[in-house]
Design a protein around this ligand. Structure first.
Ligand SMILES: [Zn+2]
Length: 181
């Protein structure tokens, strides 16, 4: 009996120690896990929720370059659905009467990583929001100069962390805006 009692006491002490530790750690963890930019994105009407983060990023990247874009006001719709056209990951449909419409191919979307998704959504917003046409220009090494390459030309894509800023500077270069009428 005496032995059992001691075991319980021992366990109780361990538990107290554990609880004590947990209590000490909690406030620290809570502070660390308070991310600044986790504010939920406000809805874009008639845009599939999965696209919101890219619409939001597009506006922010534009703003960083001094260009004000309000995709909610432009009312550009967005959906992810089957496009049934070989090699086509996205499209922008313009209309004089209705808001422009972006469609991203579902098969592409399901297998694409964040960077590829961003590439396609930004490309389509390049057409639908900035009014940009395709630009096939390439550097001497054959790498595309623009996210607005058609994909049927000869240049090679090179959109990655180290080149992203350069490509976005080009995307938001106002000299290329409003080429589509
Ligand atoms: Zn295009």
């Amino acid at each position: 009996m005496n032995c059992k009692f001691e075991k319980w006491t021992f366990l109780a002490i361990i538990l107290i120690l554990l609880v004590g530790c947990a209590e000490d750690e909690d406030p620290v963890t809570a502070i660390e896990e308070e991310p600044e930019e986790q504010t939920p994105i406000q809805a874009y009407n008639n845009v599939d929720r999965e696209l919101w983060i890219y619409y939001d990023r597009f506006e922010k990247e534009a703003a960083e370059r001094g260009i004000q874009i309000d995709l909610r006001r432009e009312r550009i719709t967005g959906e992810i659905s089957e496009l049934h056209e070989d090699g086509v990951a996205g499209q922008c449909n313009y209309s004089s009467f209705f808001p422009n419409e972006i469609i991203v191919d579902k098969a592409f979307w399901d297998r694409a990583n964040d960077r590829s998704r961003e590439f396609v959504v930004f490309h389509e917003l390049g057409h639908c929001s900035l009014g940009r046409e395709h630009r096939e220009a390439s550097f001497s090494n054959g790498v595309c100069r623009s996210l607005m390459r058609s994909g049927t030309g000869n240049c090679i894509d090179n959109y990655r962390t180290s080149t992203r800023d350069t490509y976005l500077d080009e995307l938001f270069d106002q000299r290329f805006f409003n080429e589509i009428n």
